[in-house]
Each structure stands twice: as C-alpha cells, then as structure tokens.
Design a protein around this ligand. Sequence first.
Ligand SMILES: C[S@@+](CC[C@H](N)C(=O)[O-])C[C@H]1O[C@@H](n2cnc3c(N)ncnc32)[C@H](O)[C@@H]1O
Length: 232
Amino acid sequence: MPDPSLQNQVGPPGVFQDVGLTTMGRLNMAGLRPEHDVLDIGCGVGRTARFLCDYLDSAAHYEGFDIMESLIEWCQEEITTRFPNFRFTFVPLYNSAYLPDASLPSAVDLRFPYPDESFDFVFAHSVFTHMSPDASANYLREIKRVLRPGGISYSTWFLFTETPSGSPSPLVAGMELDESGNFALHDPAVPDTAVGYREAFVRGLYADAGLAIAEPIHPGFTKLQDAVVASC
Ligand SMILES: C[S@@+](CC[C@H](N)C(=O)[O-])C[C@H]1O[C@@H](n2cnc3c(N)ncnc32)[C@H](O)[C@@H]1O
C-alpha cells in the first residue's frame, strides 16, 4: 500500500482500497480478461494496478502512465520490481489541478507513447473528470489508435443530461455550466479540479473517435462516476 500522503493525491482519504476494488469489479464486468494487454491512463499510484497484479496472466502486459512523477516512481519501485510485466511511464503534461506548470506540453497534443493496436483493454478511471474537452477528444482518438480491433475501453466521467443541476451527484449538481453548454466546472479558477460533461457531447466525442459505446452507460448515481464502455 502506498502511504496515506500518496493515496490522498488520487482521491479522498480512507477509500483508496474500496475505490480500487470497485474499479476492478467494473473493469471485469466491462469485459477485462486475464490474458489482456492493458493500458491504464492516468494510473496514479497504482490504485487499480495493485489488484491487476494478481488478476492478469504473467504473459499479459500492463502499461500505466501518469503526469505525476512521484506516483509513477512509487509504482515502478513497488510494483514493477515484483511484477516485471507491469510498466509505468511518467509523461509530464500541464494540468491546472495536478501539475500546474504552464511550461509543460498540453494533453491536447499528446500522442500516447505506445504503438498502434498494442492493447486489448484500455481504461481511464477518474481521469476524464480532470481534463478539458479538447484534451478528452484527443485521448479518445488515442485510445482508438492503441486498441486492437475489437478491443475494449472503459472510462469514467461526470455526466449530466442538459444542465448539471439535475444530476444525482452532489458534486456535479454544484458545477457551473460553461457557456458552450457542453461541460461544467466545479472550480472555474482551477478548471481541472473536476469537470462534468453533457452526455450527448461525450457521445459525439466517442463517435468522432470511432469508438462504439456499449449501451447502456453505467450511471454513478450519488457516489461513483459514470462509466462508459466502448469498443472499436
Ligand atoms: C483522481 S486521480 C485517479 C488516479 C487513478 N486513475 C486511480 O483511479 O487511482 C487522477 C489522475 O489523473 C492524472 N492525470 C491528470 N491529467 C492527466 C493527463 N492528461 N494524462 C494522464 N494522467 C493525467 C493525475 O495525475 C492523477 O493521477
């Protein structure tokens, strides 16, 4: 287990283990299999990877990347040393909440550091909830590029129908709608703190990326994030 100071960088205190287990269950229901080569976008401090270590076959490859170096270092030291088929990569990018260094490249232009069609399953838990619309659109296109034909993606979002105020999630309900109507922010001064999206807009991003959503979108209700499963 990473120590609490590292745990608290990826979510609220006290629920690190529960969130990892919940994500594992949802990945499994989305179609994850032990033989899959897996990409974990914004892997953080290995909250899900810790469970995947015992789940994935030793012949399967896991790759995780994140913009926070200290979290990646923990994963490399504590996970890769025990499970050499698990690799973690630090990719420095600007994020107003997690890495507010304006000299860094933008996620809008990132090409994931992996070849085309190299994964069977790609997931991003609680990452699109901290990204701008343009960056999210790029990441969906990159997911499509690195997935093998028939591959599966699983991503969580804060979704609302027309306006955030109707959401059952108190966090989303309190967000401020952008004038575009496509997204909403918890803290406009630090946009990446938490980003909510209009569901129809996200459906359009998936369609533009060539990813077919496996219906239905799984609602997060009051506490979880909404989960979108898609294939290419
Ligand atoms: C709420 S944490 C979730 C971490 C991990 N997915 C988990 O479930 O524990 C959000 C993570 O997204 C990472 N992140 C933010 N922007 C990113 C980006 N553009 N690309 C990759 N990771 C990013 C942050 O550094 C942070 O580790």
